[in-house]
Structure formats: structure tokens, C-alpha cells
Design a protein around this ligand. Structure first.
Ligand SMILES: Cc1ncc(COP(=O)(O)O)c(C=O)c1O
Length: 463
């Protein structure tokens, strides 16, 4: 196979223009360098390749390059390629419309719900990607099934059935670009079916409330207490569906109590409503038994939604929906309409990663690490802020700390920021219910020493 490492450069010569071809070539290269289209340091094609590409004699191209070398536009050292001269230009200043100033850097960022990028299993993931690309079939590079490659859906169904107690089947799965797209797709499907309003937990992740509202559905906030969603409030709500986080309520951390799990499924069966179950961080649990999914109990009434954003990395944007039989084709059609399918190679890599037991291994390792961080955070809070109530410690990558009733979340967040500690208020996630002021503290990305120092500073602020 013939290989060339020559870079491509767009040059157009006009043979009828009456201007000598060599002058045109020099002029275009000069223009491209002055205008920044060819940046300092960029390698030019070899004279042989460029001559062949443009249908010119090699001598003509050599002469043009020599002229530009003499003028200082190009550099060449014997034995190495010809490059555009000059230092690498300064990166463009952030003055363009819409450009954001660089965010402030916090030394102690308690961002909730993000895993530690340093724990990402790079080597094992690379192996999976390599194995996918080594596939003898070129089909993996074609347009995928909009639901995701069958192999990916099959591997995911097997994993979810084994670990999350679902009743998943490959033909009822739609892979999507993260959980958030999945939530929007189901909401759109419900809206098309004539559902006017969906019950949501209050508080509920503000971005997810916004995603639902963007599809035209109304939201009906239903309060949450220590036992999760107040399911009895659904009865008179008129909602045609409900969106819940049963294994680990976001953001309070409550677990939906067994009788409420039964009640929500009963409500759905009686009224024909749909339950959307966000199973976002169920694999991270520390001092309690795993809690199976609602979907496994009522696969025809529940949509299970999940993603790798907590277990692996949000950058992958690999998410999924496990759908009831009657809804699966509709949602698959919407997915096709929206973007023809999510990137398939990452889904196939995830399938390989699951099939080789790598996720099990990764979870066993990271669960220990996150548990240690959780313990450090709980210990630091007990020591430095013993009067405050801490909720949702048994699972996930964050917990919630209730502040004294008169405290202002906004002021505490701002004051902590001045000490390089970033904490997050709960208020933005509340729709209607007024609850005590509270902070979300994520421990996914901080080591034990940073957690201890961050809490010490936070306590000084609160004092
Ligand atoms: C409650 C909750 N559910 C789901 C997700 C995952 O969303 P995505 O897969 O779009 O990253 C998140 C991520 O922040 C979350 O906080």
C-alpha cells in the first residue's frame, strides 16, 4: 500500500488566467500564510506530491518553494520537511462573541455527581476500542442502527439483567447520547401521545426538569421526603407519567421506600401512566444492599434510563433507554429523526468492556476508593460541623448537608468560593417546594486530604 504523510493544502491554479503557474502558486501560498490559513510550523507537502496533485512539473514547485524560502515565509533544514516559518501564533484571545472568560479555579471543588477522571480505566478502555477497530468487518464504520449496534444492546441487556435486576431485551433498548438525550426522547414520545404533564421529584436535577420542559410537556412537582417521592400525591396530580430516581434520589440521596415502590407501580398500572426510572449511580452503594430496578418488576410500565457518566466518564456520552414493547419503536424512530444514532464505536467498545468483565473489575476498585472519600467527608463534617444534618451518605458520589434554617445558600456558596472552596446550593433544583437551605458536596474528584481541608475552610466560613 502506498502511504504518504504529506499534508493536504487547498490550492487552485487557473490555467486560462494568463498568469504564470509558478507565480500563481507562490502567490497563493503567500496569501495562505499571511491570512493564517497555513499556520507557523505547519508542514507543506513534498514538492513531488504537490507537483503530482496540481499537475505541475516538480521543478516548478521546487522553484516556488525556494522563492518563498528566500522571502522568509518557509523554512527547511536538510533532510527535513519544508514548513511555514515563524513561531506558533498566540491562541486567539477570548474576545469573540459568546466566548466565556476562563472560569475561576477552585482548589477544593465539591462538584456533585462527577467521577474522578484519574480513575478512568484508560488501558482497559483502549483495549476495547482497539478490539472494535480490529474487527474484520467494515460494517462497524457504516451508519449504525439508530438504536445502537445490536451487539452493544445485547451486551448491555445482559449486564443490566445481571447487575440491576432488569428485564431488558436488546430489541427494546435505544442507545442515546447520555441519559439526558434519552429523557428528552421519551418526553417527546409522551407529548406526541397526548400526555400533557409529567410528575417530577421536587427537588429534581434542574437540567433534567429543563430537558423535559423543552419538549412541551408540563411538569408537576411532587415533594420528596426521607423515604423518597411522596407517591400518594401522584393520585390527584393528573400526571400521565412520573420521572423518579428510586435507588438514590437526586439530590437528597433518599431511597424510595419499599411500600412507595409498590405504590408507584400500582398507580402506573391503574392509570396507564408511565414511570421513567433514572438509575444514574446505583452501582455506587456503600453500606446497604443493592436495590433492584422498578423496571425489573414492571417492564411494560417502566422506562429504565442510565448512562456511563458516573461509572466511567461523562465525556463518553454513552447512555440508554430500556423501553416497554409498545414504546420502543416510537422512541427508536425519534432517535433516528434526531441524529441517526449515537457514535457506534464507543458503544461497541462499551459492549466489549462489559463482556470482558472490565466494568465489574472497575466498579470493585472504584467503589472502595469512593467509599474512603465518602468516609473522609462524613468524618470531617462530624468533626468540624457537628450541628448540621447530613443526608444521602449511603450511596452515590455526593451527599447533602442541611444548613441552619436562617442561612442563605447563595451567601454561603459565595463566601466559600472566596476561600477557594466550591460548594453547590440545592435551591436551583427545587421547583416549588421550599426546603431547608442545603449544600451538595460531591466527593468523586477530591482526595481525602483535600476533602478534610475543604471542610475545614467551609466550617470557618459558616462560623
Ligand atoms: C441525577 C442524574 N441522572 C443522570 C445523570 C447522567 O446524565 P448524562 O448521562 O446525560 O451525563 C446525571 C449526571 O449528572 C445526574 O445527575
Amino acid at each position: 500500500m502506498r502511504r504518504t504523510t504529506s499534508p493536504e493544502v487547498l490550492l487552485r491554479l487557473h490555467r486560462q488566467a494568463g498568469v504564470p503557474l509558478r507565480a500563481q502558486l507562490e502567490g497563493q501560498l503567500r496569501e495562505a500564510i499571511r491570512g493564517g490559513r497555513l499556520r507557523p510550523g505547519v508542514q507543506l507537502p513534498s514538492t513531488r506530491v504537490l507537483a503530482a496533485d496540481l499537475g505541475l512539473s516538480r521543478g516548478l514547485v521546487v522553484a516556488a518553494y525556494e522563492q518563498l524560502l528566500a522571502e522568509g515565509y518557509l523554512t527547511a533544514h536538510s533532510g527535513s520537511a519544508t514548513r511555514v516559518a515563524g513561531r506558533e501564533a498566540e491562541p486567539a484571545r477570548a474576545t469573540a462573541v459568546g466566548a466565556e472568560p476562563a472560569p475561576p479555579q477552585w482548589r477544593y471543588d465539591f462538584r456533585p455527581g462527577v467521577p474522578d477522571a484519574a480513575l478512568f480505566p484508560r488501558r482497559a478502555w483502549l483495549t476495547s476500542l482497539r478490539r472494535v477497530l480490529a474487527s474484520p468487518s467494515d460494517a462497524v464504520l457504516g451508519y449504525p442502527d439508530a438504536r445502537g449496534p445490536e451487539q452493544a444492546r445485547t451486551a448491555l441487556a445482559a449486564y443490566l439483567n445481571r447487575v440491576r435486576g432488569t428485564a431488558a431485551r436488546a430489541d427494546r433498548i435505544v442507545m442515546c447520547t447520555g441519559f439526558t438525550q434519552g429523557l428528552r426522547l421519551v418526553s417527546r414520545a409522551l407529548h406526541r401521545r397526548g400526555v400533557a404533564a409529567i410528575g417530577i421529584e421536587d427537588p429534581c436535577h434542574a437540567a433534567h426538569r429543563a430537558a423535559i420542559l423543552s419538549t412541551g410537556l408540563e411538569v408537576i412537582p411532587i415533594p420528596v421526603d426521607d423515604r423518597g417521592l411522596r407517591v400518594e400525591r401522584l393520585e390527584s396530580s393528573g400526571a400521565g407519567a412520573v420521572f423518579v430516581t428510586p435507588a438514590h434520589q437526586y439530590p437528597t440521596g433518599a431511597v424510595l421506600a419499599p411500600e412507595r415502590r409498590a405504590a408507584v407501580l400500582d398507580w402506573a398500572a391503574r392509570t396507564g401512566a408511565l414511570v421513567i426510572e433514572d438509575d444514574y449511580d446505583a452501582e455506587y452503594r456503600y453500606d446497604r444492599e443493592p436495590i433492584g430496578t422498578l423496571q425489573g418488576l414492571a417492564p411494560d410500565r417502566v422506562v429504565l434510563a442510565g448512562s456511563v457518566s458516573k461509572t466511567l466518564a461523562p465525556a463518553l456520552r454513552v447512555g440508554w433507554l430500556v423501553l416497554p414493547a409498545d414504546l420502543a419503536p416510537e422512541v427508536a424512530a425519534l432517535k433516528y429523526e434526531e441524529d441517526l444514532g449515537s457514535p457506534a464505536l464507543d458503544q461497541l467498545a462499551y459492549a466489549d468492556f462489559l463482556d470482558r468483565g472490565e466494568l465489574d473489575r472497575h466498579l470493585r476498585r472504584t467503589r472502595l476508593s469512593y467509599r474512603r472519600r465518602r468516609d473522609s467527608l462524613v468524618t470531617a463534617l462530624q468533626r468540624h460541623l457537628p450541628g448540621l444534618r447530613v443526608r444521602g451518605v449511603a450511596a452515590g458520589l455526593h451527599l447533602m448537608v442541611e444548613l441552619s434554617p436562617g442561612a442563605s445558600e447563595t451567601e454561603v456558596v459565595a463566601a466559600a468560593g472566596r476561600h477557594s472552596v466550591r460548594v453547590y446550593g440545592v435551591q436551583t433544583h427545587r421547583a416549588r417546594e421550599q426546603g431547608p437551605p442545603a449544600l451538595l458536596l460531591g466527593y468523586g474528584r477530591l482526595g481525602s486530604a483535600a476533602i478534610a481541608e475543604g471542610v475545614t475552610r467551609l466550617a470557618a466560613v459558616l462560623a
